[in-house]
Ligand binder design. Structure first.
Ligand code: PBG
Length: 308
């Protein structure tokens, strides 16, 4: 009678690869999640595959940041090297790469910034150019899918065109189509070392109050060539997820984000929640609401719990 059944194939595990460390390191605000070094990433990915997962999502923390995010599209950048290492050891594992500039920009914004006195602007089209370069460099390293998380306008079309022109027409795009400016990204910014040094992300991420606008944003990305569309965060946006799935009928992903993870972890540590039961209920709810794919920091545990 059960309508919604979780399988390990539903989950995508994010991995934070840092060039600045030699050994894995805890992230204080995300108990159980670690930054790993470039030397450890292939084994970590193999471990995910052994647990039954089909896909990982890579985030990079570079040694050098600058105002052009040069390390984001460097051939020997942290993500590019990590993709090659994973594909050598576990070629069957699907590798998705986060395409964004915030971890690589000295100011921590997701695009190129121009500052005029007290004001700053994120320059959309200049940013899109760098994002397209980044996506091509990930594809060249062997990424199966690129996942732009920046929310600039027109980047899906630009990335599709750049990938095709470079001969990577087989590389797919998972678009963060409806990404809201959320309080729940706090712990991630510690994990990815990417908090904005000034201002906030509300000029390019969406207003949590707007669902109709979210559907317009998704429609644009679909028209520009997105293969998978993603809603983010998850639990506070189930209505958006449902409407996106119903309206577009495309493979739809949802990102259960760092703050959503941290809340359950903190409550479980205090003995106020049963972690496993709560997590299985949340994930079932996300799938029931239309998610075909769920990005979650519990992906490996979930695969193990489900198989048992
Ligand atoms: C930006 C990016 C963010 C997350 C994924 N990609 C943070 C942000 O927009 O500030 C958040 C993920 C999470 O909170 O788990 N490149």
């Amino acid at each position: 009678m059960r309508e919604t059944v979780l399988t390990p194939n539903d989950f995508i595990l994010p991995l934070f690869v840092s060039e600045k460390i030699a050994h894995r390191r805890n992230i204080a605000s995300m108990p159980g999640v670690e930054q790993i070094s470039p030397n450890e990433v292939a084994a970590e990915a193999a471990r995910a595959a052994a647990a039954g997962l089909q896909a990982v999502l890579l985030f990079g923390i570079p040694n050098e940041k600058d105002e052009q995010a040069s390390s984001a599209y460097a051939e020997d950048g942290v993500v590019q090297k990590a993709v090659r290492a994973i594909k050598t050891e576990t070629p069957e594992l699907l590798v998705i790469t986060d395409v964004c500039l915030c971890e690589y920009m000295s100011h921590g914004h997701c695009g190129v910034v121009r500052q005029d006195g007290d004001h700053f602007h994120v320059l959309n089209d200049e940013s899109v150019e760098l994002l397209a370069k980044t996506a091509v460099s990930h594809a060249a390293a062997g990424a199966d899918l690129v996942a732009p998380s920046d929310m600039m306008d027109g980047r899906i079309g630009a990335i599709r065109e750049a990938l095709d022109a470079a001969g990577y027409e087989q590389t797919g795009i998972m678009s963060y189509a409806a990404k809201f400016a959320s309080a729940f990204y706090g712990p991630f910014r510690e994990a990815a070392e990417s908090p904005p040094q000034f201002g906030d992300r509300r000029t390019y991420q969406m207003d949590p109050a707007n669902a109709a606008e979210a559907l317009r944003e998704v429609a644009l990305d679909v028209a520009e060539g997105a293969d998978i569309i993603l809603v983010k965060p998850a639990s506070s946006y189930l209505d958006v997820l449902w409407r996106v799935k119903e309206r577009f009928g495309l493979t739809t992903a949802v990102y259960h984000v760092s703050g959503e993870y941290a809340m359950v972890k903190a409550a479980a540590e205090k003995g106020w929640l049963d972690e496993r039961a709560a997590v299985l209920e949340i994930m079932t709810g996300l799938k029931r609401a239309g998610a075909d794919l769920i990005i979650t920091y519990w992906a490996r545990e979930l695969a193990e719990w489900i198989r048992r």
